[in-house]
Design a protein around this ligand. Sequence first.
Ligand SMILES: Cc1cc2nc3c(=O)[nH]c(=O)nc-3n(C[C@H](O)[C@H](O)[C@H](O)COP(=O)(O)O)c2cc1C
Length: 350
Amino acid sequence: MLVEETQAPEGAAEWVACLTYKSVATATPRASDIDLLASKARARNRSLDVTGMLLFEDGCFLQTLEGPPEAVGAVWSSIQRDERHDHIEVLSEHMAAARLFSDWNLLLEGRFADSGDNHAKTAKAPPAVAEHVTRLVELALNADDLALNTMMAGFSEQGWTSDAILTLLIEPAARALGDAWLDDQCSELDLTIGLSMLQMAGHAVRYIPSPQSIRNSCYRVLLATAPGEKHMLGTTLLADQFLAGGWQVDMAFPDSEEALTNQMNAQHPDAVDIGLSDAMPRQHAIDSLRETIEHSRLIVSEHPTVVSVGGRLFAEAAATALSVGADHARKGLAGTSVRLAELVRQSRAG
Ligand SMILES: Cc1cc2nc3c(=O)[nH]c(=O)nc-3n(C[C@H](O)[C@H](O)[C@H](O)COP(=O)(O)O)c2cc1C
């Protein structure tokens, strides 16, 4: 897996491996079970210099681990073998220039309900993250930009990084909006307005310090929506991340494959990210995306372009990336510029 195999980029001695996964508890734990799990985990993580957070909600765990790659790898091996949970699904794994959770060895959900107290009280705490997502969806559907901005400012004051806000709040909110549309609970116009509101909220958190705020690249990336794709949430939020990472960024919202390949032909980017909707699954887009990627590979250039794909389709089934012939699929927005820089470096070296 990536956190064990990936070398930190050159000149980045302090880089940490960062892994986020979700899983399902095999039995409903009591508060005392969670307390015990957390205190043992905290002690081991502390001894290994691993930081992160663990949430337990509605029978599911969500955990981020970060630290030296070999330490994260060791803890991760134990966690994968643990029979207290199954259906383990990795949401993101990458090297990062700074920790998201530098102050805690393990941060339980209770912190959000009662900041300043890190003790394990997950089972008693309100379902903070799910409630935040629900509230975010509500505000986005009502186009309440004032309340959205206040909410984002509140999270950054509580210490949430922009990566955490993207991974834990904005992307799940986009998928919830898609589900609301699929269940006829909102109109297509509502969905479009909701997504642009999330886009605005995502831009509002871009100045929060995050690993991507360290300028580390001079590569050129083309951030494009898939030909004909109307939803551009991920593509526009990635622009902030790549710009902060020192990339030269071009954007494309092509209505045809030809428009996209023409732009690639003119610009010869080091990497291209082609984004499908973050709200809708877009299964039907697989064949045409495969063709687009095949055709983009025919463009003659000194260095081949690293092709990345993203959107709800890939967030929920990363293996689909293989079937469209991409080099990389993002499971989420966080860390994309770091991973693509690694891939571009590898393609130059090899
Ligand atoms: C959802 C979940 C999260 C866990 N998180 C950690 C953790 O962050 N650190 C840790 O040392 N153990 C954690 N554990 C416990 C490990 O799975 C394992 O029991 C413990 O590290 C002992 O490792 P060993 O079985 O390899 O001796 C977690 C277990 C579960 C079910």
